[in-house]
Design a protein around this ligand. Structure first.
Ligand SMILES: CCCCC/C=C/C(=O)SCCNC(=O)CCNC(=O)[C@H](O)C(C)(C)COP(=O)(O)OP(=O)(O)OC[C@H]1O[C@@H](n2cnc3c(N)ncnc32)[C@H](O)[C@@H]1OP(=O)(O)O
Length: 313
C-alpha cells in the first residue's frame, strides 16, 4: 500500500512539475510530505526553479542543490538521533545513492534537531538482545561507516549539538567538522559504558587528533566541550549554533574550488588501507563486538548507564 501511495504521489508530482512548474508542486508537497523509511531510489529527483530536490524519508532528510552539487543530509530520528538500525540503514543507503549521483560533489551531514547531532548508537539495541541481534546491529554500523568514510564526495559534518560516541564516529568519518559553540560535547565515551572502540574507529581518532591525545581520550572515554575539541583538532571550526549550516556551506564552496578527481584520489590514498582492513576483517570485528557486548559484566554496565541516563531527568 505504501509503495503504491508513493508511486501515486510521484506521478502527481511529475505531472504538476511538467504542467505548472516548480512553485506549485513545492507547495503541494510541503502540505503532503513524502514519508518513507527507505532509500532515495524510489524517488526520481525533481527539478524546480533550478534546484534539484531529492527525497525525504522519516529518519533522513536530503536536499540537494543542483547548481552547486551540495547535498545536505539531515538526521531526523527524535528525540536524540540515536543510531538504531532504521537510521543506520537509511544513512548508508543515502550515502550510497549520493555517491552514485554524478552531479553530486559534496555532502553535509547534520541534525534536523539542533542541540543534538546524534546521541550515538541506540543503547537499547545493545541491552538484553540476542548475540545474533547484536551481530546484525554491528554490521549496520560497519556498513554505514564504510559508505561515509569511503565516499569520493567532499564530506562535511555540521555538528549542531552534542556529538558523543557513534555521533563522533560519524563526524570523524567526514573530511571536515564544524561544531556549534557553547555547552555541547563531543568524543568517544564508550569506555564509560564498558565498551571498547573497534580498531577502525580508534585509528580514525588517532589520524585526526594524534596518537597521545587519542590514546588518552579513548582510555578515559572523554567528552570534550567544543572549544577544547577545537584545540585538540577533533573539530576544525566552531560557529554559533544557528550558523553551523551556513558556515559548512561556505567551507564546502572553498573545497569545491579544488578539482574533484585529484581531491578524491588523494583522499582515497590515505583512507584505502583502513577501508580495506575493515572489509577484510569484517566478520572478526563483528564477532568481537558481539562477544564483548553480550558479556554479563558489560550488560550490567550498560544497564547502569541506562539507569543514569533516565535518572538525569
Ligand atoms: C565498541 C563500541 C564502540 C562503538 C562506538 C559507539 C558506541 C555508542 O555510540 S554507545 C552510545 C553512547 N551514547 C551516549 O553516551 C549518549 C547518551 N545520551 C546523552 O548523553 C544525552 O541523551 C544527550 C547529551 C545526547 C542529549 O541530552 P538531552 O537532550 O538532555 O536528552 P535526554 O538525555 O533527555 O535523552 C532523551 C531520551 O533519549 C534517550 N537516549 C539518549 N541517548 C540515547 C542512546 N544513545 N540510545 C538510546 N536512547 C538514548 C534518553 O534515555 C531519553 O529517553 P527517555 O527518558 O525515555 O525520554
Amino acid at each position: 500500500v505504501r509503495n503504491s501511495l508513493i508511486s501515486g504521489n510521484e506521478t502527481i508530482k511529475m505531472a504538476l512539475t511538467i504542467a505548472v512548474g516548480g512553485r506549485v508542486w513545492r507547495k503541494f508537497f510541503k502540505t503532503f510530505p513524502f514519508r518513507s523509511n527507505s532509500a532515495l531510489k524510489r524517488f526520481p529527483t525533481c527539478r524546480a526553479n533550478g534546484r534539484l530536490y531529492s527525497t525525504s524519508s522519516d529518519v533522513v532528510l536530503v536536499r540537494k542543490d543542483e547548481e552547486s552539487g551540495i547535498a545536505t543530509v539531515r538526521m531526523n530520528n527524535p528525540p536524540v538521533n540515536s543510531l538504531n538500525p532504521t537510521l543506520m540503514v537509511a544513512l548508508r543507503s543515502c550515502f550510497e545513492e549520493l555517491e552514485k549521483d554524478k552531479t553530486c560533489r559534496a555532502l553535509i551531514l547534520t541534525s534536523q534537531k539542533p542541540k543534538v547531532f546524534s546521541a550515538g548508537l541506540d543503547i537499547l539495541q545493545l541491552y538484553q538482545k540476542s548475540p545474533d541481534h547484536v551481530a546484525q546491529f554491528w554490521e549496520k554500523v560497519q556498513d554505514m561507516w564504510l559508505a561515509l568514510y569511503g565516499s569520493r564526495l567532499i564530506t562535511m559534518a555540521a555538528i549542531n549539538g552534542h556529538c558523543p560516541a557513534a555521533g563522533c564516529l560519524l563526524g570523524l568519518a567526514c573530511d571536515y567538522r564544524i561544531m556549534a559553540e557553547g555547552n555541547f560535547r563531543i568524543g568517544l565515551n564508550e569506555t564509560q559504558l564498558d565498551l571498547v572502540a573497534p580498531f577502525w574507529l580508534r585509528q580514525t581518532m588517532i589520524d585526526v587528533i594524534g596518537y597521545r591525545q587519542a590514546e588518552m581520550a579513548l582510555m578515559i572515554g572523554a567528552l570534550y566541550p567544543s572549544d577544547k575539541a577545537l584545540q585538540l583538532g577533533l573539530v576544525d571550526k566552531l560557529a554559533p549554533i544557528e550558523d553551523v549550516q551556513t558556515v559548512a556551506e561556505e567551507e564546502v564552496k572553498n573545497w569545491l574550488k579544488i578539482p574533484d578527481q585529484a581531491r578524491a584520489i588523494t583522499k582515497m590514498a590515505s583512507r584505502k588501507p583502513l577501508l580495506d582492513e575493515l572489509r577484510r576483517r569484517k566478520q572478526e570485528d563483528i564477532q568481537t563486538f558481539r562477544d564483548e557486548t553480550t558479556r554479563e559484566s558489560v550488560q550490567k554496565s550498560i544497564q547502569q548507564y541506562l539507569e543514569k541516563l533516565k535518572a538525569k531527568k
